[in-house]
Design a protein around this ligand. Structure first.
Ligand SMILES: Nc1ncnc2c1ncn2[C@@H]1O[C@H](COP(=O)(O)OP(=O)(O)OP(=O)(O)O)[C@@H](O)[C@H]1O
Length: 356
């Protein structure tokens, strides 16, 4: 099957200037992955690992100081085959936003206007992106759409503040699916909600995906959400992909030490002792460590990890992992440490690269 979205060697950097000193933050640094029709793909990783930057690029929200430095974001669906990284913001807004790619974010108030009834927000979006002639037909269409999602049509007459947080988030999902987009990007969609409400919202996302056969890119740091909802999961750390695989593989047989740590830190029922955190914090991406970016925190780090960027290994069952220790476990050749690399990232091929 052909991917809906094929991201190839994407590099997206922030270039900032303060007190005459310029800094380049390598937030997404050589990322490649494919999203297929009819799947929920989970994107996981701690704060600052580059999740938001990656979805900014995919959703066409590229503004100064963010720049796409290299790579492709190819979107292929009936009637369209384009590299999103080369499209202008205006073109993306007119041809892709809502109709092809829609976006559900944490706390829906940013999409629901607090001083307007919900029906008006729906009408604005439809008027802008499809045109709105017959108001009665529009109301019927919206009521039917909400009914399909199990939502009462009365919400259309409400103001956002009259609804609970969970209901607002369901309305935001309804809004994002009006035009049956090929891709729904859900960015921490349940993070602000309590666990019971969270379950209902995730159930709705799953139901929509199953009914329409579209693709959901689910972005959250919460591994428990991925375990419950995603078909495949990708783990990012410091702007790079550490591991990707089917959800059951990632949770039952993780290979990368970082993935093992993320899964090991999930609470278990009946457990009374506190879980051990991983010492240290994600690196400063304007001066990332050489070699594997996880090596300063990795319990399995070897000399080679400090100087040579690990290649991505392709294991069975669509499982990918970038780790020298895993290569060793697999009996694959592991490079010698690069003795010419002098700390601070000199062995990182991207360090000499400048913004184009
Ligand atoms: N506008 C900006 N200017 C400079 N650096 C930025 C900017 N926005 C983000 N960054 C940096 O880019 C890196 C990746 O950030 P990003 O927000 O993509 O991570 P994230 O995984 O989404 O984290 P979070 O869950 O906290 O949003 C971080 O080092 C962050 O400090």
């Amino acid at each position: 099957m052909e991917p809906l979205l094929s991201v190839t060697d994407l590099k997206a950097y922030y270039r900032t200037e303060a007190y005459g000193v310029s800094r380049t933050v390598r937030a997404v640094d050589g990322v490649s992955f494919d999203l297929y029709p009819n799947e929920i793909y989970g994107l996981a990783g701690e704060s600052s690992c580059g999740k938001t930057t990656l979805i900014k690029v995919i959703s066409g929200n590229i503004k100064n100081p963010l720049r796409v430095v290299d790579g492709q974001v190819r979107f292929t669906a009936p009637g369209i085959d384009r590299d999103l990284a080369t499209m202008t913001t205006d073109e993306l807004r007119k041809t892709m936003r809502w109709k092809r790619i829609s976006y559900v974010m944490q706390g829906s108030m940013s999409v629901l206007n607090p001083v307007r009834r919900i029906v008006h927000t729906f009408a604005d979006i439809v008027a802008t992106h499809r045109g709105l002639r017959d108001r009665a037909a529009f109301r019927k269409e919206m009521s039917d759409h909400l009914a399909r999602l199990g939502l009462p049509s009365e919400v259309l007459r409400s103001f956002p503040h009259q609804l609970s947080g969970g209901m607002r988030q369901r309305v935001a999902i309804a809004l994002a699916t009006i035009f049956q987009p090929n891709l729904i990007i859900a960015d921490e969609p349940t993070t602000a909600l309590d666990v019971v409400v969270q379950r209902g919202v995730l159930q709705l996302l799953k139901q929509i995906q199953a009914d329409s056969g579209n693709t959901v890119l689910l972005v959250t740091h919460d591994m428990a959400v991925h375990a419950n909802v995603a078909d495949r999961v990708m783990i990012m750390y410091a702007g790079r992909i550490m591991e990707e695989g089917l959800t059951e593989t990632i949770f039952q047989a993780p290979r990368h030490p970082y993935t093992k740590h993320l899964i090991g830190s999930l609470p278990k029922i009946g457990e009374r002792t506190a879980r051990q955190g991983l010492p240290g914090s994600p690196p400063n991406l304007s001066d990332p460590p050489a070699g594997c970016r996880f090596h300063p925190r990795c319990p399995a780090a070897m000399d080679v990890c400090r100087t040579v960027v690990p290649e991505t290994l392709h294991l069975v069952n669509r499982h990918r992992v970038a780790c020298h220790a895993v290569a060793l476990e697999e009996g694959l050749p592991v490079p010698e440490p690069d003795l010419t690399a002098a700390g601070g990232g000199a062995a990182d091929p991207n360090r000499t690269e400048d913004l184009r």
